[in-house]
Structures are given as C-alpha cells and as structure tokens.
Ligand binder design. Sequence first.
Ligand code: DP6
Length: 326
Amino acid sequence: MTSATATAAASPNIALIKYWGNRDDALRIPANDSLSFTLSRLETRTQVVFSDDLADDRLIINGSEAEELSRARASSLLKHVRELSGCRSFAQIESETNFPTAAGLASSAAAFAALALAASTAAGLDLQARELSCLARLGSGSAARSIYSGFALLHAGEDHQSSFAEQLFPVSHWPLIDLIAVVESDSKSVGSTSGHQLANSSPLQDARIRDTPRRLDRTRQAIAARDIEALGTICELDSNMMHAVMMTSAPPLLYWSPGSIGLMHRIQRWRAAGDPVFYTIDAGPNVHCITVPEFAGVLEARLSEDAAIEQIFQAPMGEGARLLSN
Ligand code: DP6
C-alpha cells in the first residue's frame, strides 16, 4: 500500500442511562450497560490517510497538531486497525469539529466513531456495525454508541468482542431533541478517562451498578410507549445516581455548577407542571434538556432568559457514523 484514504463523519450522543467506571480500563469495557440517542448538527469529520512516507501516526485537530496524549490515544486505535487489516503504514488523521471540544459536549464519542469508520475503510476493511462499534469503544467507551442513529444500547459485555452497541429504536420511532445549555464553556474539570478510574472508590458504585438493569428496563419501556414523563423520572434518577457516585469517590468529583443546579430545579418544576422536559448531565456542568419537537421552541425561549446559560445548542436526533466522499 502506498497511500489509502477515507473520510467519515459522526456526532456525539447523549446517554439516558449512563455508564461510569470500567471493568477494564485498557479495553474500555464499561462497568454497566448504557443507553443513548445520537445527536445531529454537532459533527466531527475525520480524514485518514495511510502512507508509507510516514514514520509515525499524526493527528491534526482543527488545523493544529494535537497534543501527545490525544495522538497516542488515536494511534492505539489505528494499531488495532493495522492488526485487523495487515496494513503496515502509519496514518495522518485530520479531524474538524463544528462544536467546542472543551465544553464537555462528548466530543470524544463523535471523534472516535468517525475515526473508527474512516480508519477501517482506509485500511481496506469493510466492518459490520457491531465490529465497528467495538473498534470505536477502544478509543472512547461512549463512541461505541455513536456508530448508530436513533437510540442505541451499549452492552457492557465481558471482553472486547462482547462489549458493543446496537440500535434499539430508529429516529422515526420518537425523534427527541436535546437542548444543551452550556453553563460553563471553559470548565477544566476531570475528564471521563480519569473519572472512570475513581468510580470504584465510591461506596455507592456497587448499588448503582446492581440497580442498572431495572433502570434500563424502565427506560426501554418508556421509550417504547413514548412516555416522556416516565422517561424523565427514570433518566433524572440515573443521572443523579451517577453524580452521587462521582461526588462520593476519592477524590470527590463535583461537576455541577450553581447554574447547573438552578436549571435542574426549574426543569423539575416545569415537568411537575406538565411540561414534556427532563434533564441529564454528563461529566461536566452543562445541562442536557431533553424534550419533544413540539415543545423545543418554548423551551429554548425559556432557556435564553436564564442569565447563567452562556450558549444553547439545539440538537435533534441524528445519523450514525457515515462515510463521506474524499
Ligand atoms: C458520563 O466515553 O467519555 O458521558 O472512554 O474515557 O472517553 P472515555 O469515556 P466516555 O465516558 C462517558 C461517560 C458519560 C456517561 C455516558 O456517556 O454513558
């Protein structure tokens, strides 16, 4: 092979049932199953070029050479692609993201889903969605879910092959909307990779894991019945349980800012008054406000009156990872 190239795009996803902690940190095998939906509008585009002229893998993000930690993380995914395909060349990866990567908007999920598809295609592999999902997981656990459109379930599994995501419901079943309220765009909090390693130090982690099948079951039923009230109740509980683990780990991780808490209170009041909205929060202060299309306009207008919110991204449900023409 002298030079082989492919370009792919992928979007972040928002987990309704979260995972926190890994059974195996090196392979990123999660401690529990998780369920998400994939977003649109926010997108990462990644081009991979394998070339005999390179002495090592290179990673360029939004036009600048990436720091060594990110490069090495991408390179370990490429190593796996080389093993699967027999390709011996190093690659140049060029990645462009249309949303702020530092704002805690799950940029790693989009980045590694796009990289898995672009790299495997450039290396001449034609992987099934399940294999692609396993490959993306090696870069970032949540990336395994961004391979799919609609709602996706990530089976924690026990080893590399059994830890993969699959689509549960297509977008057409219930096209929800995520209004992401950015309450702190420059937060420098502990990232997921380090956070996962602290999960077992919390006395609450065991209880959270043991109760996950029940929450997952209720979530699937609420999605099947398109019941936002039921979905909101169980998903807010799930988000709070994950944050309870974070807050009680050693050292403790407190991701919420005053702006996050104010918004959580208001969303609970709105839903109690009958409005179709609930919150869920990842490893950062930003609040994902989940709603139905009919209510998105009203909700966005309410959120824009909140002085604590710096920016709002309206992300409807979207596509899984896709190939683009070079
Ligand atoms: C809180 O997939 O971001 O968003 O493998 O280190 O990239 P890495 O972790 P990541 O962890 C996701 C944590 C979460 C919950 C979730 O998406 O399930």
